[in-house]
Design a protein around this ligand. Structure first.
Ligand SMILES: Nc1ncnc2c1ncn2[C@@H]1O[C@H](COP(=O)(O)OP(=O)(O)OP(=O)(O)O)[C@@H](O)[C@H]1O
Ligand SMILES: [Mg+2]
Length: 421
C-alpha cells in the first residue's frame, strides 16, 4: 500500500552523484513534485550527499524506491522446462547456481515467468532471474533508513531505465492528446509555487505502516516483478512463438519509437548501462564498466591537470575540441562494447537498432552525441526523461532539473513505480 497522497521518491544513489525525483500521481498522469541532486565528493560522504539531497528537495514523501547495480547484481534471461509460476521460485533456488556466479545462500533471488504456457516447440518457458548479493541490499536498506526514509522497493538500474522511458512516452502521448494548454514535450516547465510540508505528516504516518519492514527478499521480489514487465523475450523468442522485436506492436500502434527497436544507454561515472527494447519490452541488458570517471582521468592525463581540474574542464564544455581529443580512446572503448552488445542482439533477433537514446551524466559531455553517432553508425539522441512531464517545482528547481535532466533517467524510472501501485 502506498500513501493516500500518492507520491513517491525515486532515489538513485550513484557512485558519483545522488539524484532524487519525487513524482505525484493524479489519475493516469504523473508530475514531478520534487527534485534535488548532490555530488558525493562535494558533499563529503555518501551520507552527507543523501542528507543534502533530502534537505534541498524538501520532499513530501518519505517512501522511497531506490536501486542497486553493478557486479553484485545479476540479471539473466533463461529458458527452462515449463513449471507453474507458484512453484517456479522454489525450483529456481536449486537451479540458480547454474546461472549465477555467487553462492546461492549469499544472494536474494527472485525470478518471474515471462510465459504462462510452455513453448509448443520445446516445452520450455522463459524466465528472468535476478540475484542480488544480500549484503548489498541490507546495506542499501540501512542507508535509506538511516536517512529517515522508508524503503518501498529496491529496484535494479536497468529496469528503472526502461520504466523511465515508458513513463516519459506516456506523459508525452497524454500531453500531445491534450487539446490546448497541456504540457507538450518541448514546452517550458509549468511551475508551481514553492511546495510546503502540508502532506508530510500524512505521508510519514502511512509510510510507517509499510515502512522498511519489508523483508529483504520482499524487496528483491519487487525488483523481480519489475523484471517481469521489462524483460519480456529471451533469446530464441521467435522460435518459442513470441513476436520478434521489430514486428508490429499492439501497444505501440506504429507510434513513435514503439514501432522500432531502440537502445537506452545510460553513461554513469563508473559504468554504462545498456538496455535494448521494443516498446516497453526489454530484450537485453548489460553493464559495461566504462564511464565519466574514465573520461575525467583521460582529460587529466592529456592536459596534465589534476583530476579535480579535469572534472571541471570536462563538465564546463567550453574546451570541447581538446576534451573530445582527450577522451577519444575512452569513448571508442565504450562504443566498441556497446557495438558488441548491439551486434549480438541484432544477430540473435534479426532486428535492427535504429535509435540510441543516451542518458546519465556522461551523456552530457559536449559533442558526445556526434562522436557516438559516427562510431555506432546509428542515430544517437540525448534523452531528456522529463520531456512532456508537468513540473510542479519552483522556477529555480525546474531550471536546474531541465539542465541536468539526462542524468535523472534512473531516478525518474524509480519514482515511476508510483504509476503501478
Ligand atoms: N556536463 C557534463 N559533461 C560531462 N560529464 C558530465 C557532465 N555532468 C556530469 N558529468 C559526469 O557524469 C558522471 C556522473 O553521472 P551520473 O550521475 O549519471 O553517474 P552515477 O550514477 O553517479 O554513476 P554510476 O551509475 O556509474 O554509479 C560523472 O562522471 C560526471 O563527471
Ligand atoms: Mg548511475
Amino acid at each position: 500500500m502506498i500513501s493516500r497522497s500518492q507520491r513517491i521518491l525515486g532515489l538513485d544513489i550513484g557512485s558519483h552523484t545522488v539524484k532524487a525525483v519525487e513524482l505525484a500521481k493524479s489519475g493516469d498522469r504523473v508530475s514531478v513534485t520534487g527534485y534535488a541532486q548532490a555530488d558525493i565528493a562535494a558533499a563529503g560522504t555518501l551520507k552527507d550527499a543523501i542528507s543534502a539531497v533530502i534537505r534541498e528537495g524538501r520532499f513530501r514523501s518519505k517512501q522511497v524506491v531506490s536501486s542497486v547495480s553493478g557486479r553484485s547484481v545479476i540479471v539473466r534471461y533463461i529458458n527452462t522446462p515449463f513449471i507453474k509460476s507458484e512453484d517456479l521460485k522454489a525450483s529456481m533456488k536449486f537451479e540458480a547456481d547454474k546461472y549465477i556466479p555467487f553462492d546461492v545462500n549469499e544472494v536474494i533471488l527472485d525470478c518471474v515467468p515471462l510465459d504462462d504456457k510452455p513453448s509448443a516447440e520445446t516445452g520450455d518457458m522463459r524466465v528472468v532471474l535476478v540475484a542480488v548479493k544480500k549484503d548489498m541490499v541490507d546495506e542499501h536498506v540501512r542507508l535509506l533508513q538511516e536517512a529517515g526514509l522508508f524503503p518501498y522497493i529496491i529496484d535494479v538500474d536497468c529496469f528503472a531505465l526502461g520504466n523511465a522511458f515508458e513513463v516519459c512516452e506516456h506523459e508525452a502521448d497524454e500531453a500531445s492528446a491534450e487539446p490546448q494548454d497541456g504540457p507538450a514535450a518541448d514546452e517550458d516547465a509549468k511551475v508551481a509555487p514553492e511546495t510546503g510540508d502540508a502532506d508530510a505528516a500524512e505521508d510519514v504516518a502511512e509510510a510507517h505502516v509499510e515502512k522498511g519492514e519489508r523483508a529483504a527478499d520482499e524487496v528483491a521480489a519487487a525488483a523481480g516483478e519489475d523484471a517481469a514487465e521489462h524483460a519480456q523475450p529471451a533469446p530464441k523468442a521467435e522460435k518459442a512463438g513470441a513476436k520478434a522485436p521489430g514486428a508490429a506492436d499492439e501497444k505501440g500502434n506504429g507510434k513513435g519509437p514503439h514501432e522500432k527497436v531502440f537502445a537506452l544507454v545510460d553513461i554513469g561515472a563508473q559504468k554504462t548501462n545498456i538496455n535494448i527494447l521494443e516498446g516497453v519490452n526489454s530484450y537485453f541488458t548489460r553493464e559495461v564498466y566504462i564511464g565519466g570517471e574514465d573520461m575525467t582521468e583521460a582529460v587529466s592525463k592529456h592536459l596534465g591537470v589534476t583530476p579535480e581540474e579535469a572534472e571541471t574542464i570536462k563538465c564546463a564544455g567550453d574546451r570541447e575540441a581538446e576534451v573530445l581529443e582527450a577522451v577519444a580512446q575512452t569513448i571508442d572503448d565504450l562504443a566498441n562494447e556497446v557495438f558488441l552488445s548491439f551486434d549480438y542482439f541484432e544477430n540473435q533477433f534479426d532486428a535492427e537498432i535504429k535509435t540510441v537514446y543516451i542518458s546519465g551524466g556522461g551523456s552530457r559531455l559536449k559533442g558526445i552525441e556526434g562522436v557516438l553517432s559516427q562510431t555506432l553508425a546509428r542515430r544517437v539522441k540525448m534523452w531528456d526523461p522529463s520531456a512532456g512531464m508537468e513540473l510542479s517545482l519552483t522556477q529555480g528547481q525546474a531550471n536546474k532539473l531541465r539542465e541536468n535532466a539526462p542524468q535523472l533517467a534512473v531516478a525518474m524510472g524509480l519514482a515511476s513505480r508510483l504509476r503501478k501501485v
